[in-house]
Design a protein around this ligand. Structure first.
Ligand code: NCD
Length: 358
């Protein structure tokens, strides 16, 4: 049983709770000075096993603006990880030094694995190509601020929909709100994973798949551009085939509605021409700024809300079944219980959501 306010996937909270966090983010954004002592005496650990600018610094800045303090690393080679320490031992120890632990890791399912070992609240700041729930909170706050709603939206998602964890979490979240439609703009090689499409279908939301921005742009309320995730490809050759396929240009923006907004989790590589930055519809820098406010709200919420006691793993343990995802955390952290949700003809790994056919 777990007695912490973990945020591993947005499903850890209900839609009314997301709304509460986003509303708190709006309040903090309007009057940040009122929250300067809200987390005084509290310590947040940021453990970043993967590069980060915005997520790491906005979390740190959020905690400092709330009056709290920070420990952590942004390069595991400066920690005992370099000596071969496993995830469990690192998390066990750091979580006794801190009140809240924010982790970004290269492997899928690592956030859930960390929560299993931690003695404090755990927040997933990105687990490989899997999920990125706090970017989604950033995105939802941005939609609220820019368009005033989270429903009745036609959202285009363009680029690396396969490995882009921000897309996975955002689609899962937006499909919980009424009348949202998705236009998935990607090459077949970078299409949205089947299990996320099943989530959209299961919630009764509509989606279409197209190859080009031009086919979609006229109909959109929001266009979410993403970087091709070079570091997640199996080979450099595969990456080179997908690189620079998409670029949002000033010329393409001519066809977009006057009230459409462009979002991007950043970092940008070549997928948005710099000239687009001057267009008032380019919301991505405002979006990055919102990330700090929504993380202030999330930290405050996590540290003050009474946790609901619940199990982290709810499936069946099959220690003889190996997850077929080579990037799953269970491949390297062998002590983890191999827990699966049984769907009859396939099992779903409870860490990374991989389906394993029986
Ligand atoms: C994203 C990430 O790390 O997944 N960046 C972010 O958190 N703002 C997107 C990316 O790296 O492409």
């Amino acid at each position: 049983m777990n007695n912490y306010n973990n945020l591993i996937d947005l499903d850890d909270y209900t839609v009314p709770q997301w709304n509460e966090i986003i509303a708190l983010g709006e309040k903090i954004k309007a009057h940040p000075e009122e929250y300067g002592d809200a987390c005084k005496g509290k310590i947040m650990a940021t453990l970043f096993y993967e590069p980060s600018t915005r997520t790491q610094m906005s979390f740190q800045s959020a905690m400092l603006r709330l009056g709290g303090s920070l420990i952590g690393f942004d390069n595991p080679s400066n920690s005992s990880v370099a000596k071969g320490e496993n995830l469990k031992d690192t998390i066990k120890i750091v979580s006794t030094y801190s009140d809240i632990l924010v982790m970004r890791h290269t492997q899928e399912g690592s956030a859930k694995a960390a929560a299993l070992c931690a003695d404090c609240h755990v927040i997933n700041a990105g687990d490989g190509g899997h999920l990125h729930p706090t970017q989604t909170l950033t995105d939802l706050l941005t939609l609220k601020c820019e368009l005033g709603r989270l429903d009745n939206l036609t959202v285009g998602l363009c680029g690396d929909l396969k490995y882009g964890r921000t897309v996975h979490s955002l689609v899962k979240a937006l499909s919980c709100f009424p009348n949202n439609k998705f236009v998935l703009i990607s090459t077949p090689a970078l299409a949205l994973p089947g299990y996320i499409k099943d989530v959209i279908k299961g919630r009764g939301a509509e989606f279409t798949e197209v190859r080009t921005i031009d086919e979609a742009i006229r109909s959109l309320d929001m266009l979410y551009m993403t970087r091709i995730q070079r570091e997640r490809f199996d080979s450099e050759d595969e990456y080179l085939k997908q690189r620079d396929v998409y670029c949002l240009t000033k010329a393409k923006m001519e066809y977009a509605r006057k009230d459409m907004i462009v979002m991007h989790p950043l970092p940008r590589v070549n997928e948005i021409e710099v000239a687009v930055d001057d267009d008032p519809r380019a919301a991505y820098f405002r979006q990055a700024n919102n990330g700090m406010y929504v993380r202030m709200a999330l930290i405050l919420y996590t540290l003050t809300k009474k946790p609901k006691v619940k199990p982290l793993l709810t499936g069946e343990i099959h220690n003889s079944v190996t997850c077929s995802n080579p990037k799953c955390i269970t491949q390297t952290e062998k002590y983890l219980p191999k827990s699966y949700i049984n769907h009859g003809d396939f099992l779903i790994c409870e860490y990374c959501d991989e389906r394993i056919l029986l």
